[in-house]
Design a protein around this ligand. Structure first.
Ligand code: ADP
Length: 416
């Protein structure tokens, strides 16, 4: 036999060589003798007994097999029954194991092995696989109909099966590594976005603050013309307004994401609210033209929260002003879809507009279109996120259409 003497630890290579040798044997007795002799001589195993069931040709051999093996007085009946039931090796002491010789769910016999010290888990697994291959070999000799080359156990098959197992294990590990790498990338990305956001928010908050500080410096001078006082205080007021709206947006979104929106539903006149909002924002839009395309009370009331709906319309109107040059036309239209029982408000401007790609993203948190036309317009990119959140909390819908350089239209709809 082409194995090195003095080899004491069990390796798959060694067991495979042994299998290759006994595969050539024609008699089971010869196989068993060779296996016993080699294991004792070349491994740490110092005792091995192999007991095969006599009538192996019968399929229904379990009970007969248990009786027979129990009568051999070598294994206790309880241990044998357990092995037949679970088809797994049984440790009968720290250094004694009984392996089943199992093939196609049938136990052909048992192998008792004794080692000087406790057997390690790798040797245990290797021996278990070896016993399975040995059982397949014995099975092929016992049943002549299985002796065709296809069903005969081949070393190549064993290697293939080991290779396939290893391959799937490696593939699964690689997949897991890939997933971890992806998660890692997402975290890195998230961290970068967070830093970017903090920078943007700080920058946007600082812009009106600088304006407030600059104009208050002017007001502190001794000799100052009344016109300049008015101009400075208007600028301070407008910058203060922007600052407070941004802080409100931040706080509101934070509150809503933890507690949700507090909604008090009542019957509301959408048109009346829009007129009220435009009126209250009049200092902001002295140089813009507003038109309202709806009759007074000629449309149904909707169910909603007054404060929240007012805020949505205010956001949309402020945007229409912000993103239109002075002299711009802003229009509010109400359409009643009586078939669907849906009331919609359209807020249209003829301002800078958006590209289709920008228009798709504007409801995302912190998104702001970046182009030469928006670079001097301040904001946090939260207003529309809040609008969408609120409108959806009230079971409504919000959408927008836009033409770059031509203007935009924002639509809010509610069922009545
Ligand atoms: P902010 O105005 O603070 O940036 P919003 O969430 O209100 O935040 O708007 C998000 C983005 O949508 C804006 O930065 C702007 O690019 C675009 N936008 C919103 N309203 C209009 C509008 N009426 N016309 C053109 N662009 C708009």
């Amino acid at each position: 036999m082409a194995v090195e003497k003095e080899q004491k630890s069990i390796t798959w290579h060694w067991l495979r060589t042994l299998l290759k040798i006994v595969e050539e044997y024609k008699s089971i007795k010869q196989i068993i003798e060779k296996v016993k002799e080699s294991l004792i001589e070349y491994t740490q195993i110092d005792n091995i007994e192999i007991h095969l069931i006599d009538d192996l040709s019968s399929r229904d051999n379990a009970e007969k097999g248990i009786d027979e093996l129990a009568n051999s007085d070598f294994f206790s009946r309880k241990v044998i029954e357990n092995i037949f039931l679970h088809k797994e090796p049984s440790h009968i002491s720290k250094n004694e194991i009984i392996f089943p010789l199992e093939n196609s769910e049938r136990i052909l016999g048992l192998v008792y092995i004794k080692t000087p010290s406790q057997i390690d888990s790798v040797s245990f697994e290797l021996l278990w696989s070896f016993m399975d291959q040995l059982a397949a070999l014995i099975h092929n000799i016992i049943l002549p109909q299985n002796k065709n080359p296809e069903s005969k156990i081949q070393i190549k098959d064993i290697s293939n099966s080991i290779f396939n197992n290893l391959k799937s294990f490696l593939e699964a590990s690689l997949e897991r590594l890939g997933a971890l790498e992806e998660q890692n990338q997402k975290l890195v990305e998230l961290n970068r976005t967070r830093t970017e956001l903090i920078n943007n928010v700080s920058h946007e908050l600082r812009t009106p603050l600088v304006s407030i500080m600059g104009f208050s410096n002017i007001l502190q001078r001794h000799e100052i013309k009344p016109d300049l006082i008015r101009e400075a205080s208007e600028q301070i007021q407008s910058a203060g307004g922007r600052l407070s709206r941004m802080i409100d947006d931040l706080l509101q979104l934070n509150r809503a994401s933890t507690k949700g929106w507090v909604v008090n539903v009542e019957r509301l006149d959408l048109g009346e609210i829009a007129k009220y909002v435009v009126e209250s924002l009049s200092p902001l839009h002295k140089n813009y033209n507003f038109t309202f395309n709806y009759p007074e009370r000629g449309y149904p009331l909707i169910g909603g929260d007054r404060k929240l709906i007012r805020q949505v319309i205010e956001n949309l109107i402020i945007n229409a002003i912000k993103y239109s040059p002075e002299g711009g036309e802003i229009n509010c239209t109400i359409k009643d879809n009586t078939n669907e029982k849906k009331l919609s408000m359209f807020i249209t401007d003829n301002g800078i507009g958006m590209t289709p790609a920008e228009n798709q993203k504007i409801f995302e948190r912190f998104y702001r279109a970046k182009n030469p036309k928006t670079e001097n317009i301040s904001g946090l990119g939260l207003g529309l996120t809040i609008c969408k959140d609120v409108v959806e909390a009230l079971n409504g819908e919000i959408s927008s259409t836009s033409d770059f350089g031509q203007g935009s239209c924002f639509i809010i709809s509610f069922n009545y």
